[in-house]
Design a protein around this ligand. Structure first.
Ligand SMILES: Cc1cc2nc3c(=O)[nH]c(=O)nc-3n(C[C@H](O)[C@H](O)[C@H](O)COP(=O)(O)O)c2cc1C
Length: 205
């Protein structure tokens, strides 16, 4: 009886050690190979694009991912305007360039512009809109597309012409431009990211 108990204890202990070792190994694998984290780390701002329009299914996938960003109290204060019309895209580029004081295309030739605006009446609208932008940029990379945040959406949509464009698109309300996510097939080498600054993270254990 005693021998049987000893054998049973030894087997149980061996089983527990094996299980712990396996689960540790599994954790290591999932941390190293987690595809979502890989996407977050390898996305880069792309500043040269092919002319060809990305497939609609890819654009839709990116836009849908934007709509799943978290928002304060779940109010979903942002909206996304997906622009693939070349005339409108060029007009927005010109308005943006005028504000930046440049002659060059601030959209770097990208064929798609996803404009994110958010409702000023929501206290968290800038945070909400920025998270939508983040989702769009990362989703673009996951879908094999290049992207970049292009600023001055606020200034563009605060102009009379910007407000008029919103009205033409059937958008009513007190919306502020948060950012333009340009989208397309990359025509450049993926840039190497700058080293992360040494004091980025503070651990309080
Ligand atoms: C709020 C914000 C505004 C930005 N505006 C512009 C812009 O107008 N033009 C541009 O080329 N890049 C712009 N960027 C992209 C940044 O320059 C880029 O994210 C940064 O250099 C880091 O590079 P990475 O995105 O490749 O990691 C902007 C990024 C953010 C977050």
């Amino acid at each position: 009886m005693r021998t049987a108990m000893k054998i049973s204890i030894v087997i149980s202990a061996a089983f527990m050690i094996l299980t712990a070792a396996c689960s540790q190994k599994q954790n290591e694998i999932s941390v190293e190979m987690n595809p979502a984290i890989e996407v977050l780390k390898t996305r880069r701002s792309i500043r040269a694009y092919e002319e060809r329009m990305p497939e609609k299914v890819l654009i839709d996938q990116v836009v849908e991912a934007g709509t799943y960003a978290p928002t304060g109290m779940g109010k979903q204060s942002p909206i996304i305007v997906a622009i693939t019309d070349k005339t409108v895209r060029d007009r927005l580029s010109k308005l943006n360039a005028d504000i930046a004081g440049t002659e060059s295309d601030p959209f770097y030739g990208a064929p798609v512009v996803l404009v994110v605006l958010a409702d000023r009446n929501c206290p968290t609208y800038i945070y909400d809109g920025s998270l939508v932008m983040g989702n769009l940029l990362n989703a673009a990379h996951a879908a094999g597309l290049g992207s970049c945040w292009i600023h001055r959406a606020k200034e563009v949509f605060d102009t009379e012409e910007g407000k008029d464009l919103l009205r033409q698109w059937g958008i009513d309300g007190d919306y502020e431009g948060i950012g333009n996510c340009i989208l397309g097939y990359s025509a450049q080498e993926t840039p190497t990211p700058a080293p992360r600054k040494s004091n980025y993270v503070y651990h309080v254990d």
